[in-house]
Design a protein around this ligand. Structure first.
Ligand SMILES: Cc1cc2nc3c(=O)[nH]c(=O)nc-3n(C[C@H](O)[C@H](O)[C@H](O)COP(=O)(O)O)c2cc1C
Length: 231
């Protein structure tokens, strides 16, 4: 793994990055970003009259690279008139599936009492699910994987509800194979959810994580915004 590459220039960019992330957040939420010490884990960003989009932001850090990429995409969705709910999946308590099988015998209810219980209704109502994740050890975050596993509870005979799907990712590396694994996995999950894949955007070459400063190239935010406009 060439993860040392993304530690370059971190200190130089601290101010600009934090300011940029906060600005996008304020624009979307119409409020100051840094004041609430206990921000909500589920935010209704916009009520529109088009698609109902559920955005799962699975990084644990707000205003980080993945959050900023996600907000840029959401900005496009909002301008297009979609309804958007943003979930801070990375900050939620979500276990992986226990494989107990109770759901299949008891009305497709999951036995695990955690934050996933708040997400089942949101997933049921949405037309599109956006999975946003930093690359962690060549794949998606464990939180996003746990969310996907827990969908087993609502399956019947291994059949799942149909949803449009979108993948947004960030990573330190930036080469031909950086996002190979998660994209392949995302495509499998998209098939399971009806095969209506609506876009993949992977932003390589991000810095940060192991230092204070994080940086994502503005071109990625611009591209994600344009992709949001196209949904
Ligand atoms: C636990 C962990 C594992 C990571 N694994 C990889 C990796 O396999 N490949 C890579 O290119 N970057 C890796 N990274 C770097 C992050 O993907 C990258 O910095 C990302 O943009 C961080 O997103 P965030 O600011 O939203 O947290 C890893 C970072 C962490 C904390």
């Amino acid at each position: 793994m060439e993860r040392r590459n993304f530690l370059k220039n971190t200190l130089i960019t601290t101010g600009g990055v934090l300011l940029g992330g906060a600005t996008i957040h304020r624009f979307l939420n119409n409020k100051e970003s840094a004041e609430d010490p206990f921000p909500p884990l589920i935010e209704k960003i916009h009520q529109g009259n088009k698609k109902n989009v559920l955005v799962l932001m699975s990084a644990g850090t707000r205003f980080g690279n993945t959050d900023r990429l996600t907000d840029a995409y959401i900005k496009g969705l909002v301008e297009k008139g979609h309804s958007v709910t943003k979930v801070y999946l990375g900050s939620m308590r979500i276990e992986g599936c226990r494989g107990c099988g109770l759901c299949q015998r008891h009305a497709h209810k999951c036995a695990i009492r955690d934050d996933m219980q708040d997400l089942y209704p949101l997933f049921a109502e949405c037309d599109t699910v956006v999975m946003a994740s930093p690359l962690y050890f060549w794949t998606i975050t464990s939180k996003l994987k746990a969310f996907i596993e827990r969908l087993y509870a609502i399956s019947t005979d291994d059949k799942y509800p149909s949803k449009d799907t979108v993948l947004l990712m960030t990573a330190g590396d930036d080469n031909d194979t950086t996002f190979e694994q998660p994209i392949r996995y995302f495509r499998l999950i998209s098939q399971v959810l009806g095969g209506n894949e609506k876009g993949v955007y992977c932003a390589g070459g991000c810095t940060g994580c192991e230092e204070l400063a994080r940086q994502i190239d503005m071109k990625h935010l611009d591209n994600a915004y344009k992709m949001g406009l196209e949904l």
